[in-house]
Design a protein around this ligand. Structure first.
Ligand code: SF4
Length: 205
């Protein structure tokens, strides 16, 4: 594998795609911010972003029957590459490749792309997982330092909207927040947004 150019990598039972290192947030708990260069032995800092053709070729070089899910995630926010990711998923489907598709996102892709990207998920993704992280816009600003104003609301609006297009929509928090915050986030997720809720264990560097 070319150093500094890990496009796909195995983690658990899934195959992950690393399309970009760009991100519009700077979360306090992010392994990128904490200077880590590797996740599960894979060097995920890209010397350059892979082209859509290189992403497709990397996925196709794998035996997809070995994985439960194909997850667009990586060491950055994948929706920076939304159009290329849609092209890749369409190409896989056109070739008859069958695999459960998921995107792990910070949920602000519509701000990043300057348009509502939720419809792009229709027919392409089986699942979307959105990082909710915390329960108020003020705490979100302090924890995630978004580049754009209104990111917390935009993330919630995207998640509600994408439920119209994707069978399974999940929101996650990391278990480092207080029990009260975990409960407040559960209410936002399940009662305000109508998504599945998951509390993730913190992964240290
Ligand atoms: S959204 Fe993800 S990649 Fe971006 S700073 Fe936060 S944890 Fe890191």
């Amino acid at each position: 594998m070319e150093k500094g150019f890990t496009i796909t990598y195995e983690y658990g039972e899934n195959l992950y795609v690393n399309p970009t290192n760009r991100c519009n947030l700077s979360c306090a708990f992010c392994v990128r911010r904490n200077g880590a260069t590797a996740l599960s032995q894979h060097d995920l800092w890209l010397t350059r972003e892979p082209t859509r053709e290189e992403i497709l070729a990397s996925i196709e070089s794998r035996d997809l029957s070995r994985y439960r899910q194909l997850v667009f995630c990586g060491f950055g926010e994948p929706s920076y590459r939304m159009e290329d990711i849609c092209w890749v998923v369409d190409a896989l489907k056109a070739k008859g490749k069958k695999i459960f598709t998921r995107m792990d996102t910070n949920g602000t892709g519509s701000l990043i792309n300057g348009r509502d990207i939720a419809p792009d998920f229709a027919g392409r993704f089986d699942m979307v997982s959105v990082s909710l992280n915390t329960d108020t816009a003020e705490k979100y600003e302090a924890l995630c330092h978004p580049q754009q104003p209104g990111a917390f609301q935009a993330m919630k609006d995207f998640t509600r909207e994408v439920r119209r297009y994707v069978p399974r929509v999940m929101m996650t928090v990391v278990d480092t927040i207080s029990p009260e915050e975990i409960e407040a986030c559960r209410r936002i997720c399940e009662e305000e947004i109508g998504a599945e809720y998951r509390v993730r264990a913190y992964i240290a560097d």
